[in-house]
Design a protein around this ligand. Sequence first.
Ligand code: UD1
Ligand code: CA
Length: 452
Amino acid sequence: MTQVRTCLSIILAAGEGTRMNSSRPKVLHEIAGLPMIGHVVAATQAAGSGAIAVVTGNGADTVRASVESLATDVEFYVQHQRLGTGHAVLAARDAIERGYDDVLALFGDTPLVTPQALDTARKRLSDGAAVVVMGFRTGNPAGYGRLVQKDGALIAIREEKDCDEAERQINFCNGGLMAISGAVALKLLDAVGNDNAKSEYYLTDIVEIARKQGLGVEAVEVPFEELLGINNRAELAQAEAIWQKRRRQQLMLSGVSMQAPETIYLSHDTDIGPGTTIEPNVWFGAGVSIAKDVRIRAYSHIEGASVSTGAEVGPFARLRPGTEMDQNSKVGNFCEIKKAQIGTGAKINHLTYIGDASVGEKANVGAGTITCNYDGYNKYRTEIGQGAFIGSNSALVAPVNIGDRALVAAGSVITRDVPADALAFGRSHDQTIREGKAADINKRNAARKAGR
Ligand code: UD1
Ligand code: CA
């Protein structure tokens, strides 16, 4: 989607979002772990918009800090009084004045818009339209501005409060987003007044204004799912579901198998290679990359981890940030891994905690092994060598190194380094056997019970 025309995107984000009942500015509520406004920024960047201006108001500093952490080269304008969408776009007057071929007016609370839809609208501008409105059809148009057409041509957008009875029946609605020719944008916006039911400066009025000036005005129809505007947390959840479904679909079509796709939760940046299978009920947090031909088994919880080709995770595994699993390695049920590198072909199959560690190639970590990485103040590392074998239920007290091919006896508490090829016992003392003692104890207990 490379267009030669220059483009400025103005993202409106000054609204209060009262209906979210939240101390957080509305546009910072997340979908797939990314603030809504981050989705809008990404979509417009993908549609080739070089310049992005965000109009803030409510929670301006918080919104700005969040957007700056997601994207560079975004400029910010503050709309001090919220006098309507037309007024809000004009807060970015300085940016518009620099001169762009295309100006996109976007909403920070309409996060599902796709680069394709923006691209389509921009193409209409390059074909000569002055204003392109993104509309959708719905059986329930209540609350939306209506696209008023005459002989198939868009002549006005009427906000619901300003509609007459006939206009209220129209089910072709304004999604709110628009593409405006940069050459006429300021002229149109400056002509917007506030003579309407809400006494606001409506961006939507530029449709009628452009018409009157003999300029081309068009509507492009976009699926409702792309123009959903988020006003409350129920709509946020609806948008989340749409986003998840869309992304799962993309991944499946690219070669990822999902047996129960609707039970898999993805993050905005989850990357999964072809040939990989994701079993039901798997949760992905931010920063996960899964290579090809991996199997992620049911009920695993994965964030900040990278998993290489041929590896297997779960069922019921937890990979925390900083986990790197090399090729064909395995982390099995009820294992937690944090900030650790698991070497090629290494196996950690059952009930284990590995944190701040490296596990060598083909090492085998037995059931119940714990790296004791924290003393309440500081964290320490555990290094396990290639081909090492850690017996079940061992505590490796960090900092500690287990050499290549070393053996750690089951039930050991290891506090000192183990050299390569050595066997380490770290039990408190050798096992003691007292012949016949169990029978004595049982007899005594049975007598006690009978005497009660
Ligand atoms: C707007 C449209 C309506 C459309 C609907 C789609 C106008 C006049 N109306 O109505 O036709 O059907 O979106 O969802 O454009 N904002 C500011 N400053 C302001 C006012 C709004 O930044 O002074 C921002 C809001 O934060 C929000 C966006 O603009 O992101 C839309 O504003 P909102 O008040 O939600 O408009 P709607 O009444 O939903
Ligand atoms: Ca709205």
